[in-house]
Design a protein around this ligand. Structure first.
Ligand SMILES: Cc1cc2nc3c(=O)[nH]c(=O)nc-3n(C[C@H](O)[C@H](O)[C@H](O)COP(=O)(O)O)c2cc1C
Length: 309
């Protein structure tokens, strides 16, 4: 019988059994979804971004449905890093799924605090630095919108941690390769693309924004072409750097687009709210595609979009 294709990947030196991971904020710590999803089938759980202290998040309404997507302004509600270490992480370790911890903050010092707390945490194979947060020390400009702010956060987190770092970037910038370059120059081993796209929706009956936070992040299929283009741009600029690609992946065909554009791994976000089992279905669909195409190794497909020049 023919050998089954190898779905495992090397992500900045970490071996994952599948290229499919969860997107931060769309799967919590995995506990809620574990009733429906075989977590052993996915590459890793990327947990909700955690901060130094618990954050209550923004007032409601925090979500609004939009054509082919949704807007959210959750405001990074989370229980804080200590809760992660004492409650979520032991549970994830018992399940035996690799964990990518996502960290966030409003100042560089806050990122350092969370990073130091995570040092040596069992089962945390990598840290994703969510730099799509307002920088309180710079007029609330998002860290990821500025190469200098990106450099300072990543350099600080790098000093605090030994595991591979992925900088999670915002697509709302003129040049993603410039911001990615700043992250890589300062110690990130990989790039996660993309966080949500800034958007707004208005209820014309009340005249009010649909989100209490006024503006929010657009996710889902509406942003997929932006995400695929973002992965393509960063892969072209840094072909040897691992990329976790995400944005509107609903099925394995969507995921394959990201891999052909240059993603090493793919993350599933909004689709989990429709079907919490999307990750494993995407995993199985990629395997099926590889069988049909006679591809044995996923890495050989990475970035193979046929573009002249
Ligand atoms: C409800 C919700 C909460 C999110 N929370 C986080 C978060 O805590 N940290 C983060 O880095 N990204 C967060 N994201 C962004 C997702 O991880 C992902 O980058 C984005 O939604 C694009 O992927 P998707 O279209 O598959 O959802 C969140 C997205 C949604 C929809």
């Amino acid at each position: 019988m023919a050998k089954s294709p190898d779905l495992s990947i090397d992500l900045a030196g970490i071996r994952l059994r599948s290229p499919v991971v969860t997107a931060s904020g769309c799967f919590a710590s995995g506990k809620e979804a574990s009733e429906f999803v075989d977590l052993k089938k996915i590459g890793a759980v990327v947990v909700k971004s955690m901060t130094m202290e618990p954050w209550p998040g923004k007032p409601t309404p925090r979500m609004a449905e939009t054509p082919s997507g949704m807007l959210n302004a959750i405001g990074l509600q989370n229980y804080g890093v200590e809760h992660f270490l004492t409650v979520d992480l032991p549970w994830l370790n018992r399940v035996g799924v690799p964990v990518i911890a996502s960290i966030a903050g409003n100042t560089v010092q806050e990122y350092i605090y969370v990073a130091e707390m995570l040092r040596g945490a069992p089962g945390v194979v990598a840290v994703e630095v969510n730099i799509s947060c307002p920088n309180l020390e710079d007029r609330n400009n998002m860290f990821a919108h500025d190469a200098k702010a990106t450099s300072s956060v990543i350099a600080a987190v790098r000093r605090a941690l030994e595991v591979p770092l992925f900088a999670k970037l915002s697509p709302n910038v003129t040049s993603l390769p410039e911001i990615a370059g700043a992250a890589l120059d300062n110690g990130a081993q990989g790039i996660s693309l993309i966080n949500t796209v800034m958007g707004m929706a208005i209820d014309i009956q009340t005249g009010q924004p649909k989100l209490a936070g006024v503006v929010g992040g657009l996710s889902g299929p509406a942003i997929r072409p932006i995400a695929v283009r973002s992965v393509f741009d960063v892969f072209r600029a840094f072909p040897h750097v691992p990329i976790i690609g995400m944005g509107g992946i609903m099925n394995s065909n969507d995921a394959l687009e990201f891999i052909l554009a240059g993603a090493t791994a793919v993350a599933i976000g909004t689709a989990n709210f429709i079907d919490p089992n999307t990750t494993t279905k995407v995993n199985d669909g990629i395997l099926q595609y590889m069988k049909e195409k006679g591809v044995n190794n996923l890495a050989s497909m990475r970035g193979r979009v046929k573009v002249e020049g």
